[in-house]
Design a protein around this ligand. Structure first.
Ligand code: FAD
Length: 411
C-alpha cells in the first residue's frame, strides 16, 4: 500500500505520521505498528481530500461516487487482508479494521462498498473457491475492475437465512440451474459478479446451502435498484432475480457447505463493521467538538455549558471503549483466537454507540445539524442501516444470550 507524504509539516508526527485524532483520547495510535499507522494515514488522507468534499451531495442525490473506485483500488482497500499472491495487500486484521474505520469516517456507504467487495465476495472466493476461481476473480476485484455483490437475504428471509427459497439444481451433465430472488443487495446493480447462496437439489435443510459464483451477465439474472431509501443513500442497494440461470459445473464454490459458510463471511464483515462504526462516531464527535467551541449562545460558546460537556464526555467515553474492543478483537483475530460471539459483541456495541453518538451530535448542532453540509444527520441515518444489516442488534443480543446461558433462543 502506497503512503504519500502529507504536505502540511505541522500535521506530521516526528515519525512522519499524521497526528492522532481528537477522538483518540487513549492514544490507540501508540498501540499500532508503523505499517498500521501508515495504512490508516493513507486512507485518512484519501477520505479527507476525496470523500468528504463530495459525499454530502452524493448522499442528497442518492448516488454512489463511482469515480472513487480506482483510487480505492490503488490504496489497496479491496480485500486488503487477503494474500498478496492474489493481488491483494496482505495486511493484518488491525490494519484492515483501520481502513474500515477511516472509510466510514467518510460515509457508511463507502465503507459498505469496500466491505462487500472484500469480506463478502473476495473472502468467500478465497476461502471456499478453487484455485482457478481465486486466480480468475481475486486480482481483478482487488484492482476494482470487477465489482461484486453478496446475495444471501431474501424478501421473506432476512434474520433467518436458513429458510431461503432460492434453489440450485444440478443437471445430469453436472451444470447448475438457479431460481430465486434476493433482496437488499449492496452493489447489486453495479456488480459484474454475484456470490449467490442457494439450497441445492431437493434438500430443504440448511446443510444443503452452497455458494455459487454468478457472472451478472448470465441469461436470466436481473438486478433492480431499490428506490426510496432514507439511509445509506450513497450506496447502491438492489433486488436480484434469478430465473433459470444456467451455470457451468465449476460455478459452485467447492469448499462451501451449509449455512456456516455464509455465516463465516458475515463474521469477517461484522468484524470490519465494528471498526467502521467507530469511524462514523469519531466524525460526529469531532464535528460536535468543533461546533461546541465555536457556536456562541447566551454570550458564550455552547461547549462551556455543562449539558454539552456531559454530552461530549459521554461520546468520547463510548468511542474509547469501542476502540479498545476492536483493537483487542483484531489482535485476537490475527492470532486465530477470536470467536464469532466476540465479533457479535463488538458489532452490536460499536454500532449501537455510534448510532447514539450521531444522534447526540446532531442535537448539539441545533438546526445546522439537519443540513447535509454537516455530517451528523447523514451518519445518523446511515447507521440505522448498519444497525440492521449483518445481523440486527437484536440478533446479536440473542447470539450473546446463547453464549451466556447456553440456551438457544432461535429454536
Ligand atoms: P427481519 O429479519 O424481518 O427483522 C425485523 C425485526 O425483527 C428486526 O427488528 C429484528 O431484529 C427482529 N427479529 C428478527 N428475528 C428475531 C428474533 N428471533 N427475536 C427477536 N427479534 C427478532 N443482505 C445481503 O444478503 N447482502 C447485502 O449486500 C445486504 N446489504 C444490505 C444493505 C442495506 C442498506 C440493508 C438495510 C440491508 C442489507 N442486507 C443485505 C439485508 C440485511 O442483512 C437484512 O436486512 C437483515 O438481515 C435483517 O433482515 P430483515 O430486514 O428481513 O429484518
Amino acid at each position: 500500500m502506497a503512503t504519500e507524504i502529507h504536505e502540511s509539516a505541522e500535521a506530521l508526527l516526528p515519525s512522519g505520521h499524521l497526528k492522532p485524532r481528537e477522538g483518540d483520547f487513549f492514544n490507540i495510535d501508540a498501540a499500532l505498528t508503523e505499517e498500521e499507522r501508515a495504512v490508516r494515514d493513507s486512507v485518512r488522507r484519501f477520505v479527507d481530500e476525496k470523500v468528504l468534499p463530495i459525499i454530502g451531495k452524493h448522499y442528497v442525490d442518492g448516488t454512489f461516487p463511482e469515480h472513487l473506485i480506482p483510487e480505492m483500488a490503488d490504496l489497496g482497500v479491496f480485500g486488503a487482508n487477503l494474500p498478496e499472491e492474489y493481488g491483494c495487500a496482505g495486511l493484518n486484521s488491525v490494519a484492515y479494521g483501520l481502513i474500515m474505520q477511516e472509510l466510514e469516517r467518510g460515509d457508511s456507504g463507502i465503507r459498505s462498498f469496500a466491505s462487500v467487495q472484500g469480506a463478502l465476495v473476495m473472502y468467500p472466493i478465497y476461502a471456499f473457491g478453487s484455485e482457478e476461481q481465486r486466480r480468475e476473480w481475486l486480482p481483478k476485484m482487488a484492482r476494482g475492475e470487477v465489482i461484486g455483490c453478496f446475495g444471501l437475504t431474501e424478501p421473506d428471509y432476512g434474520s433467518n437465512p436458513s429458510g431461503m427459497i432460492t434453489r440450485a439444481r444440478e443437471q445430469k451433465d453436472g451444470t447448475w440451474v438457479i431460481n430465486g430472488a434476493k433482496m437488499w443487495i449492496t452493489n447489486g446493480s453495479r456488480a459484474k459478479v454475484a456470490v449467490v447462496w442457494a439450497k441445492t437439489n431437493d434438500d430443504d435443510s440448511d446443510k444443503s446451502i452452497r455458494g455459487f459464483v454468478v457472472p451478472t451477465d448470465t441469461k436470466g439474472f436481473r438486478a433492480r435498484d431499490q428506490k426510496g431509501k432514507l439511509s445509506l443513500r450513497a450506496s447502491d442497494t438492489s433486488e436480484l432475480v434469478l430465473e433459470d440461470v444456467h451455470l457451468p459445473a465449476d460455478a459452485i464454490l467447492p469448499k462451501s457447505g451449509g449455512l456456516k459458510s455464509p455465516l463465516m463471511c458475515l463474521t469477517q464483515a461484522r468484524y470490519g463493521i465494528s471498526w467502521g462504526a467507530l469511524g462514523a462516531a469519531i466524525a460526529c464527535y469531532e464535528e460536535a467538538v468543533r461546533y461546541a467551541k465555536n457556536r456562541v449562545m447566551f454570550d458564550k460558546p455552547i461547549g462551556a455549558f455543562q449539558i454539552q460537556q456531559v454530552r461530549l464526555a459521554d461520546m468520547l467515553t463510548e468511542i474509547v471503549k469501542g476502540q479498545l474492543v476492536s483493537l483487542h478483537l483484531g489482535r485476537m483475530k490475527d492470532i486465530g483466537t477470536f470467536t464469532p460471539q466476540q465479533v457479535s459483541l463488538a458489532k452490536r456495541n460499536n454500532v449501537s454507540i455510534a448510532t447514539d453518538i450521531a444522534r447526540e451530535a446532531r442535537r448539539l448542532l441545533g438546526a445546522n445539524g439537519i443540513l447535509a453540509e454537516y455530517s451528523a444527520m447523514r451518519h445518523m441515518a446511515n447507521l440505522e442501516s448498519v444497525y440492521t444489516y449483518e445481523g440486527t442488534h437484536d440478533v446479536h443480543s440473542l447470539i450473546l444470550g446463547q453464549a451466556i446461558t447456553g440456551l438457544n433462543a432461535f429454536k
